[in-house]
Design a protein around this ligand. Sequence first.
Ligand code: OAD
Length: 257
Amino acid sequence: MTIHPAQLRAAADVLRQAQRLVVLTGAGMSKESGIPTFRDALEGMWAQFDPEELATPQAFQRNPRLVWEWYEARRLKVFEVQPHAGHYMLAALEARLPQVVVVTQNVDGLHKRAGSTDVIELHGNITQHKCFANCLGDPTLLNIATLATDSVPPHCPYCGAYARPNVVWFNEVLPMAALERAQSLCLRADVVLIVGTSGIVQPAASLPYLAKRQGGAYLIDVNPQRDELAPLCDLFLQGTAGGVLPQLAALLEQSEG
Ligand code: OAD
């Protein structure tokens, strides 16, 4: 897995001049923090668990306790891990470029913890909870620290429905405002940096197509494996987020020195 130095320099040159940068991240972004991806053949979450049993509203209705406990275990894991050098590199780009927005499919909140200030969470946030019935509007966020603990899952104090994680499950629509803002940013972006996504799950996977075909953006893809978006991209940097992004940061620093 090697990247030609000329490719890295080309990516750094493009980033240095970016006016409106969108960074699109997926599970590979968090892997070096210790959070497994979904589709890696052996260790990916969907290699070990069936999403139909755990990540759909129907699964929650069938077996709310199982789904709740699976998400609780993942939620607690998120508090044990830390952002890595790649997350910090993306946050530091904000000081260098006029506009940097991170559009993430990850639900772990690591971009914000690393200091990124403009983060669109397309698939929600696992550290938050909401009412399953969204009785006061979508999302009806609940603070689980304040919920009665006599049932698993706990109940919404407003309507009595179960509480659930504030994540997007299969068969659900994405938060509309988040998706629309991501689409409009992609249309206006001059550079899109894609990190650690298989590019399979819609509608997130369509954002780079929008940026390229309708907006004419320059696309850079960072992934240890060629993913579905690689053929669309101007530059494919074969490597990990924690390896490649700090190298790009070093090149950006050099050019300023
Ligand atoms: P996937 O698990 O589908 O893909 C992870 C990608 O990260 C793969 O292309 C890997 O090659 C790459 N990868 C692995 N290690 C990496 C590393 N250290 N650095 C960079 N890249 C690495 O994850 P997503 O594309 O995020 O949805 O999946 C999209 C959605 O599918 C998720 O948000 C989730 C899932 O079902 C929901 O939960 C709604």
